[in-house]
Design a protein around this ligand. Structure first.
Ligand SMILES: Cc1ncc(COP(=O)(O)O)c(C=O)c1O
Length: 411
């Protein structure tokens, strides 16, 4: 494989036109869209307009005149198209952590058999999912056991499980789980699954309806390119909405917020999952990211994602052989999301040296370097050039320099 092969693959890439729709800094190869997606050109313009025309000129009237009030559902409906759900099944609001709290509380406080007392998750799941389960269980008097398994949780799905919190694409390794198979297993044993789709939305094809998912949450700021701290999304299948009552009964989840009634009355449908006033500027940025993503064909996007990650794994294997990188992502592409991780005993300084050369990935403790491949803006030549930088750093030992050793607050 040569750089020319990569250039040829870029010339043949049906998604190539998307790259210019992003505002990417010169000289940077951005392989961290799994952490914070890049800025779409349209977002900067749209936010400026929303600030000056809508907030600046329409002021409070913009809630009606510019339909701010329906934005969480409108963006949710667009996401539903992307994630294979129906209109009215997804809302954007709050953070993934908070949305998980809402769903998990709703499910754990339903009438449950006394012997269904386990919350199931993976030991390696993203910590916020585990922390929310721990905090909520404390609030519920410790009634539940939080059972954490290593790897694929299918075998642990049994009749003791009240709720399983399952992240489809693992944040460290990029391992991709089979959503349809796990949902089928959960149905057999009468357990509920809350899917965390933070690393799935915009990265891999998701068919919530077809694959039998009932509940899901996920981030807006990763592959959906919604901007730092973008609102998260929350999905409840329509036939579960009437019985799913979340406990953060704020006024935006009320059936008629502007009645200013004394007593809470839940909104019908997905609106009940709202809590307080939606964050309009942040949701506007997310909407731009989702609008852009909706213009791409997800199967074409997946094919490019697989090609990029395959190429990266092969090139690191051949060009950086003998430098101590151990593949931490599944070698089989069908079990991998849109990221590749390697373990290395000097992962942190290696990543710092790479970032200094303009190749931005990230580091996760204890010893992972992570590389995200967002197919809308990462090119095949970027893969080649990134690996050449990595090879150069390893061959020269540049990563040993003292300035690369100091750990930052955000890694
Ligand atoms: C799987 C997963 N869940 C949740 C989060 C973060 O949630 P929040 O938006 O509440 O910070 C992340 C962040 O990286 C994640 O990877």
């Amino acid at each position: 494989m040569s750089r020319q092969d990569c250039e040829r693959a870029d010339r043949d890439d049906p998604l190539a036109g998307f790259r210019s729709r992003f505002s990417l800094p010169e000289g940077v190869i951005y392989l961290d869209g799994n952490s914070l997606g890049a800025l779409p050109v349209a977002t900067a313009e749209r936010i400026a307009k929303t600030v000056s025309d809508e907030w600046g000129q329409a002021l409070i009237r913009a809630w009606n005149s510019h339909d701010w009030v329906n934005q969480p559902g409108r963006v949710g409906d667009k996401l539903a198209r992307l994630l294979g759900a129906a209109a009215g099944e997804i809302i954007v609001a709050d953070s993934t952590s908070l949305n998980l709290f809402k769903l998990l509380s709703a499910l754990l406080t339903r009438p449950l058999n006394a012997d269904r007392n386990v919350i199931l998750s993976e030991r390696g799941n993203f910590p916020t999912d585990l922390y929310i389960a721990q905090g909520l269980n404390h609030l519920l008097g410790g009634r539940f056991e939080l059972k954490l398994v290593e790897g694929d949780p299918s075998d642990a799905l049994d009749r003791s499980i009240a709720v399983a919190i399952i992240t489809q694409v693992d944040y460290r390794s990029g391992r991709l789980l089979d959503m349809a198979a796990l949902n089928a297993r959960a149905r057999e044993v009468g357990a509920s699954i809350i899917w965390d789709l933070s690393h799935s939305g915009g990265a891999v094809p998701v068919q919530l309806g077809e694959d039998g998912a009932e509940y899901a949450v996920g981030c807006g700021y990763k592959y959906l390119n919604g901007g730092p701290g973008a609102p998260a999304f929350l999905y409840v299948r329509s036939d579960r909405q009437a019985s799913t009552r979340q406990p953060l009964t704020g006024w935006f989840g009320h059936a008629a917020p502007f009645d200013f009634a004394t007593d809470y009355r839940p909104a019908a449908g997905i609106d009940q999952m709202l809590v307080g006033t939606p964050s309009v500027l942040a949701s506007t940025a997310l909407e731009c990211g989702v609008d852009l993503m909706l213009q791409a064909d997800m199967s074409v996007l997946r094919a490019k994602s697989v090609a990029l990650t395959e190429r990266f794994i092969q090139l690191v294997g051949s060009r950086c052989a003998g430098h101590g990188f151990e593949l931490a992502s599944p070698r089989e592409y069908s079990q991998r999301g849109s990221q590749v991780s390697f373990r290395h005993e000097h992962a942190w300084p290696i990543m710092q040296a790479l970032i200094e050369r303009g190749v931005i990935g990230d580091f996760r403790k204890p010893d992972y370097v992570r590389f995200g491949f967002a197919p809308l803006y990462v090119r095949h030549v970027d893969v080649w050039d990134a690996v050449e930088s990595l090879k150069n750093i390893m061959d020269s030992g540049a990563w040993r320099e003292a300035r690369f050793q100091k750990l930052n607050a955000v890694t």
